[in-house]
Design a protein around this ligand. Structure first.
Ligand code: ARG
Length: 473
């Protein structure tokens, strides 16, 4: 794109066209058009009510802003702010220039980006709530599906598929805390120092549904903490997604075999006709790199910047604008993908059948008879070794064999090696037992509800636009 530019903000007609093109952010921040227009409408209403801009002029400017909100073709300018200003100037001439009274692009972009982040937080919270509900509902249906739980990628202890699903939910519900919509209004601090004109920031705050106003303009124009917060939330959510994806990918292999991908999500190979590849989950895992990269890019952009606004900040655009849609698409795809996996309970039980994963249960059963756990652990270890030597699975350990090790072994203690009984016996909070699963499912539903309610209470751009279209000038 060749940027012509009105020269109004970029230093006039003398600027080298190549330099103007290099410095333009319009290709990216045209995505902020709606935010920019809504911010301008609130600012304009305030200027009019304060008597800084005559009401008739304000009405004409607002009518053009309303048209600009839906503009598809923006003039080639340095950034979205100048593009909107050029649209207004084309329609209204000089009087369009009243809008930029008591405002700088520094506080304007700080506002646009906050409005963008707020909107993306609301959308992301809605998706997260759907994911949590899917996990809770699915857990409810997979209570009796058993499989080994893993540590070090080695079979460790029997758990239910519901427990896995609740674990995934537990990860994502933690990230909800990180999705907090920005609530402080930056507009009104001007370039950095405020303005000598009698503006009313409290009014703009109300019109745009912010909860507070920023305290210091020098800080406000250089602050991108709200962007870092969203980028960090994204990195967290995508890292969780990548970990869930790896469990799904591994468990769908012939080697594990605990689940199968439905035809709707399994992808083929162009050469190997038998393949059912988990590309969807691999892509979810792969996208994580972008989220971490975007967070890193933002952190590095901020590092060492002097106080106030610096043009480096414009480099926030690519990582930040990518972040919201990335969270939303990955969380949505993960939900769709997880709703189309089928657990294979038989394979899960087969993996548990030898009883090896219930060795801890045997040791605990011994400990319950009053034997110190460390002793019980050693006795069970000896039993595992003897069974291995004798070629019998732990679940079939003969009582005589066990009693050769220690006469305190009983049939009931050896019965603890049964996987179903093992899961049922985990009665503590946070474990894989049925009562704990009930509580975990309930917890995920509550967290989903909280996310929905936070999303619902987050002010949305479209609604504010409708309000400002008719607000008194
Ligand atoms: N396009 C600029 C940005 O995105 C807007 C602020 C420009 N301010 C300035 N003093 N040149 O950061």
């Amino acid at each position: 794109m060749s940027i012509v530019g009105s020269g109004a903000a970029s230093g006039g007609a003398q600027l080298l066209p190549e330099v103007l093109a290099f410095s333009s952010s319009l290709p990216l921040d045209r995505q902020l058009l709606r935010e920019d227009v809504v911010g301008s409408m609130a600012h304009l209403i305030m200027l009019s009510r304060q008597g800084i801009v005559p009401r008739e002029a304000a009405a004409l400017i607002r009518a053009e802003l309303v048209k600009a909100y839906a503009a598809t073709d923006l003039p080639d300018e340095e950034d979205v702010h100048m593009a909107v200003e050029t649209l207004l100037t084309r329609a209204l001439g000089e009087s369009a220039g009243m809008l930029h009274t008591a405002r700088s692009r520094n506080d304007q972009i700080a506002l646009d980006l906050r409005l963008h982040v707020r909107e993306q937080c609301a959308l992301a919270l809605e998706e997260m709530a759907l994911l949590l509900r899917e996990l809770a509902d699915r857990a409810d249906r997979e209570r009796d599906t058993l499989l080994p739980g893993y540590t070090h990628r080695q079979r460790a202890q029997p758990v239910s598929a519901a427990y896995y699903l609740c674990a995934w939910g537990a990860m994502f519900q933690r990230d909800l805390r990180k999705l907090h919509p920005p609530s402080d209004l930056p507009l009104g601090v001007g370039a950095l120092a405020g303005t000598s004109l009698p503006i009313d920031r409290e009014l703009v705050k109300k019109l745009l549904h912010f909860g507070s106003i920023t305290a210091n303009g020098l800080d406000t124009v250089g602050d991108r903490d709200f962007a870092l917060d969203l980028a960090y939330a994204a990195a967290r959510i995508l890292i969780q997604s990548s970990r869930v994806a790896t469990d799904v990918i591994d468990f769908s292999t012939a080697e594990f075999g605990y689940l199968r991908l439905d035809d709707e999500i399994a992808m083929g190979s162009s050469m190997m006709p038998q393949k059912r590849n988990p590309d969807l989950f691999e892509l979810i895992r792969g996208k994580c790199g972008r989220a971490v990269g975007n967070l890193t890019a933002l952190l590095v952009t901020m590092k060492g910047l002097p106080g106030g606004y610096n043009r480096d900040l414009q480099e926030d655009r690519q990582p930040l604008l990518e972040t919201g849609p990335l969270i939303i698409s990955v969380v949505r795809m993960l939900r769709l993908g997880l709703s189309r996996i089928r657990f294979d309970g038989e394979r899960g039980r087969a993996a548990l059948a030898d009883g090896a994963t219930a060795a801890t249960d045997i040791a605990e059963a011994l400990a319950q008879t009053g034997i110190p756990f460390r002793t019980a652990y050693k006795l069970t270890g000896a039993l595992v070794r003897k069974c291995t030597e004798a070629g019998v699975p732990l679940s079939k350990a003969p009582l005589e064999l066990a009693q050769q090790i220690d006469p305190r072994f009983t049939a009931a203690i050896l019965g603890a090696a049964d996987a179903v009984a093992s899961v049922a016996r985990k009665q503590n909070a946070g474990g894989t037992g049925p009562a704990s699963i009930d509580a975990q499912i309930q917890f995920l539903r509550e967290r989903a509800h909280q996310a929905e309610s936070l999303a619902r209470h987050t002010p949305r751009l479209g609604r504010i636009f409708e309000e400002l279209k008719v607000a008194a000038l």
